[in-house]
Design a binder for this molecule. Structure first.
Ligand SMILES: [Zn+2]
Length: 350
């Protein structure tokens, strides 16, 4: 691909690059439109191809010219053309997000003439990474709606990641197919093992299913795709994001003075895990560089770091122990049993 681009004039190459970028954005938006169908229909056990898209309120089939990703929603001002009932803003949001993710993958792994963001140019990985970002969007949205992470994504994705690692070992920075496959196998096993340990411990410490078996299988896919180091970073980023989301939800609840009967906050971990994986995919290199810089700085200022960090860590540990006791006591008082895998908490529970 590079060779014939070099033979072109600078002007022609720029023009072609722009055409390619526009095409990728449109492709991402169209795929995003299909993902909306998957997110709605797969958990209900419906076919994703039939029937054609229709309005949920009046049942009228949506003609193709009113089913243009992103644009149609804004042209119709978020209402059905037939019955005027509102259409969720989530539809154009998923389409725009998918278009953005497709563009990012194309820019980072694509042709260096487009935008050299990533020293690891590997256009052959683009279709698989597109598949990965699309499946991540689906899993996050379904987890928000139903507290389910799809097996066909985590298990199917792990098998595909193993095959891609053997076919394109550059995914793991390796040259030989056996090295790529080994890195992927070790990563997948590490993801499954670590996830299983966290789920087991979480259930015993918090007496609740904080990290379900769906999360374990998804972590296995991240290991097979990113290797064990990348998997660890995804988990750490997810824990950090999950903490932020939890704090945000608790704050929002306090601000609207929610009644105490609402029970404990149950936030699915899937969105944090998916966001962590995407962060690592696109910005892992920068995360590593930032950590190296931080490490160098900490080594230069050893005493100051120790003086502030040790008391902070001690305080945080005490706070964590108090929280764990409170959560355990609340769980025991409610007679809450550990939830079965992947099920939503039962609202009818006394
Ligand atoms: Zn309608």
């Amino acid at each position: 691909m590079n060779e014939w681009l070099i033979a072109l004039s600078e002007e022609d190459a720029t023009f072609l690059a722009r055409v390619a970028l526009a095409f990728v954005v449109c492709l991402g938006a169209v795929i995003g439109s299909f993902l909306n169908v998957c997110i709605y229909r797969i958990p209900l056990g419906q076919s994703v191809s039939r029937p054609r898209s229709h309005c949920f309120a009046c049942g009228k089939t949506i003609p193709w010219y009113l089913n243009i990703p992103i644009l149609s929603w804004f042209l119709l001002r978020g209402r059905c053309a037939n019955c005027k009932s509102p259409i969720s803003f989530r539809y154009p949001l998923v389409e725009a997000l998918t278009a953005l993710l497709f563009l990012l993958v194309f820019l980072m792994w694509g042709n260096p003439r487009l935008l050299a963001l990533n020293p690891l140019q590997a256009p052959e990985l683009i279709p698989f990474l597109w598949l990965f970002v699309a499946s991540t969007v689906v899993n996050v949205m379904i987890d928000i709606d139903h507290r389910i992470l799809l097996d066909r994504i985590s298990l199917g994705g792990t098998l595909l990641a193993l095959a891609v690692s053997a076919a394109f070992p550059i995914l793991h920075g390796a040259m030989l197919w056996s090295q790529g496959l080994t890195a992927s196998l070790i990563g997948g096993a590490a993801g499954f093992g670590l996830g299983f340990a966290i789920a087991w411990l979480g259930e015993r410490i918090f007496l609740q299913d904080a990290f379900g078996f769906g999360d374990v299988k998804w972590l296995m896919l991240f290991g097979a795709l990113f290797g064990w180091r990348g998997m660890l970073f995804v988990l750490m980023l997810a824990a950090f994001l999950g903490l932020l989301m939890g704090l945000g939800a608790a704050l929002a609840r306090r601000l609207r003075r929610a009644p105490a009967e609402e029970g404990p906050l149950a936030i699915p971990f899937g969105p944090a895990l998916g966001a962590g994986a995407l962060l690592w995919l696109f910005w892992g290199r920068w995360v590593l560089r930032a950590l190296e810089a931080l490490q160098a700085w900490a080594l230069d200022h050893r005493q100051a770091v120790l003086l502030t960090l040790v008391p902070l860590l001690a305080l945080a540990s005490i706070w964590l122990l108090i929280r764990i006791r409170a959560i355990r006591r609340a769980a025991l008082e409610e007679g809450l049993e550990p939830l079965p895998d992947g099920d939503a908490p039962d609202p009818e529970r006394p």
